[in-house]
Write a protein of this length. Structure first.
Length: 270
């Protein structure tokens, strides 16, 4: 049997440099001496202490299995960003981390509903089984048997003609790389208190391009490492009938475009 190659030393150095940290600053963060960290990075330390492995794994948010077995520098920025966002195939043994769900008495998955009052807490409790079990839950007819579904309330007019206040039923996305350009999705972001409902396109440099259905709003990008979860749009329900854009909305879009052009010209002259 051939010996398994271990990438732990080079992975520590790669992750440290990726965070733009010196050996001294990382050693201080881990409560190591600099000489100890230098030995780990150089491969001089062969018998790695379990406590050291766990501490480094926790600091960089990378599973121990990946730290040992995967040459992270060869993955590319997008895959590394996914891994650091918690999508660690090597830790869970599946395509992505295990999703917390609830089931009914027949062992069929529920559709959990994240009400408006729970929005702010969801990004902290999304992977907490107790938090998920306390969410309102129900079953829906005509949902596909495959997949896990959740319902999210949306707000604002950026996704018109889908009305403000609609409830979006969406399917959990396990493989982000499989998302087709322009797919409607709910994104849970680390830095947002609310959900982001947009058309998303995965870009090669580890970024997501987010585009609104309402042309009044300009597209923007977020780094993959800021994304906690992605849920693919399935359908929505609302008490309000969708409306077509009005002349007033079109005028507002033109004014915003002119304002942006003026700001750009001032920036270019500065």
């Amino acid at each position: 049997m051939s010996q398994q190659k271990v990438f732990f030393p080079t992975n520590i150095k790669f992750l440290r440099e990726r965070k733009k940290m010196s050996q001294e600053s990382l050693a201080n963060a881990l409560s190591f001496t600099r000489s100890k960290l230098a030995s780990l990075e150089s491969g001089a330390t062969r018998a790695h202490q379990p406590e050291d492995l766990l501490m480094i794994s926790e600091f960089f948010k990378v599973g121990v299995d990946a730290l040992l077995k995967v040459e992270l520098s060869k993955l590319g920025e997008f895959k590394v960003s996914q891994l650091l966002a918690g999508n660690d195939v090597y830790t869970t043994g599946s395509n992505i981390r295990v999703l917390s769900i609830t089931v009914d008495k027949n062992n069929k998955e529920n559709v959990e509903y994240v009400p408006v009052k729970a929005k702010a807490g969801y990004r902290n409790g999304y992977n907490d089984q107790q938090y998920i079990s306390n969410l309102p839950k129900f079953t829906m007819p005509n949902l596909p048997e495959r997949g896990s579904f959740r319902m999210f309330p949306i707000s604002g007019d950026s996704m018109l003609p889908i009305p403000d206040g609609s409830d979006v039923i969406a399917e959990y996305v396990q493989d982000w790389k499989a998302i087709k350009a322009g797919t409607l999705c709910i994104l849970i972001l680390k830095a947002e208190q609310d959900f982001v409902f947009k058309q998303i396109t995965v870009q090669e440099e580890g970024q997501f391009l987010l585009t609104s259905l309402n042309s009044l709003y300009h597209p923007y990008t977020v780094p993959a490492e800021e994304v906690i979860e992605i849920w693919k749009y399935y359908k929505f329900q609302s008490e309000i009938l969708p409306e077509l854009p009005t002349d007033f909305q079109e005028l507002k879009r033109l004014i915003l475009d002119v304002k942006q052009d003026i700001q750009q010209e001032r920036s270019d002259k500065a």
